[in-house]
Design a protein around this ligand. Structure first.
Ligand code: B12
Length: 303
């Protein structure tokens, strides 16, 4: 990859303060260590009912199945508002405050690359790509005990995008040291004991239960008022404290602040219209209602 290449400047200008890249074959031995961890995680069933993660195992073990021309990997990350999204005892994960990042990032990255002549594939969340692994291997941050990618300055409230390209690669960058040290705040902050250091049991994770699971878990788990997603293991992380302070001027979308009574009586049509531009649109109406009744087990708002 040419040091003079313009793509890096374009990505920075597009609002991505964290940009890294690495040659695929030079990174492959380390990559395979991560891929084997993924395989072991699937084998023990920690993906729960996220069958797409199991179906994508081969592609994660061999990224050339995703992009045959693969020569180098570019990773971008950008912080999202760190202000808590909570009212009347109901909370949403912070990443839901704003337009759907899948759409905005694909558009922004597509625009940044539109005049480039090399071949590339943009992956944001939904491709069979180990995004945190690539973010770590391109020197963007380290993978914390809560399994999230952490940057010493920006913390972990970050969206990640990966771009596979056929560009000549750059030598592996200096990797971030794991600065979690002996801290285990994320582990103890998880009310459902979903975390062990560097290992998430999805079937216990509030984020998974509220976003991905279709079944009824209300009798087994209390979700601390989270209606979609969960940030408890991030809130506990010392690397997010600074971001918390910085983000107090961010506004919260009105539709995430609706009164519980309004939500309890909301129709499916109204729900769909309300969430259509948000990543919340990925949560089915029936699951949202389930999450709501988990927050108010008696169906009545607790004072
Ligand atoms: C499936 C999924 C989930 C699942 C499972 C989460 C999980 N920990 O795996 C559920 C629904 C629970 C979930 C929740 C969340 N998710 Co999610 N999720 C994904 C997805 C689609 C795949 C993740 C995956 O492959 N998991 C499998 C496990 C085994 O992989 P892993 O934990 O990443 O571990 C790998 C490496 O990190 C590495 N590794 C980990 N630790 C160590 C340690 C050592 C020593 C080594 C060598 C390697 C290593 O090995 C593993 C195999 O490669 C990615 C997008 C993508 N395509 O990658 C987003 C992604 C990881 N999610 C994201 C977000 C924002 C969240 C939430 C914060 C949302 C929320 N607020 O509710 C929570 C966080 C919960 C948590 N603590 O992880 C972001 C993470 C941003 C960041 N800073 O890291 C991603 C990258 C999406 C994006 N493009 O921005 N998510």
């Amino acid at each position: 990859m040419q040091p003079t290449s313009k793509w890096r400047d374009k990505l920075l200008a597009a609002g991505y303060p964290l940009v890294g890249s690495v040659d695929y074959s030079l990174a492959e031995p380390l990559y395979q260590e991560h891929a084997k961890r993924y395989q072991a995680w699937i084998q023990k069933g920690s993906h729960g009912s996220m069958e797409y993660l199991k179906r994508g195992l081969d592609r994660r073990l061999n990224p050339k199945l995703v992009f045959p021309e693969l020569k180098s990997v570019i990773v971008v990350a950008k912080p999202y508002p760190a202000q808590p999204v909570t009212k009347n005892g109901l909370s949403y994960a912070r990443y839901l405050n704003g337009p759907d990042y899948h759409e905005t990032m694909k558009r922004e990255l597509g625009e940044a690359f539109q005049d480039e002549t090399f071949a590339y594939k943009i992956c944001v969340d939904t491709s069979a790509v180990l995004e945190r692994t690539w973010a770590a291997l391109t020197g963007i941050g380290w993978i914390g005990k809560n399994t999230l990618l952490i940057h010493p300055q920006f913390g972990s409230y970050l969206f990640i995008g990966v771009i596979f390209t056929d560009l000549e690669g750059e030598p592996p960058p200096l990797l971030h040291k794991d600065y979690c040290g002996p801290c285990t705040r994320c582990i103890t902050a998880c009310p459902t004991q979903a975390l062990e250091p560097h290992d998430l049991e999805s079937r216990r994770c509030i984020s998974y239960l509220t976003l991905e699971e279709r079944g009824d878990w209300k009798e087994r788990f209390a979700t601390r008022g989270f209606l979609a997603g969960c940030d408890l293991c991030q809130e506990a992380c010392p690397y997010n404290t600074k971001a918390d302070r910085r983000a107090t001027s961010d506004s919260i979308e009105e539709h995430l602040l609706l009164e519980p009574e309004l939500l309890l009586n909301e129709s499916e049509v109204a729900y769909r219209a309300r969430v259509k531009d948000s990543a919340l649109s990925r949560v089915k109406f029936a699951d949202f209602k389930r999450n709501l009744s988990a927050a108010f087990p008696s169906g009545v708002r607790k004072k």
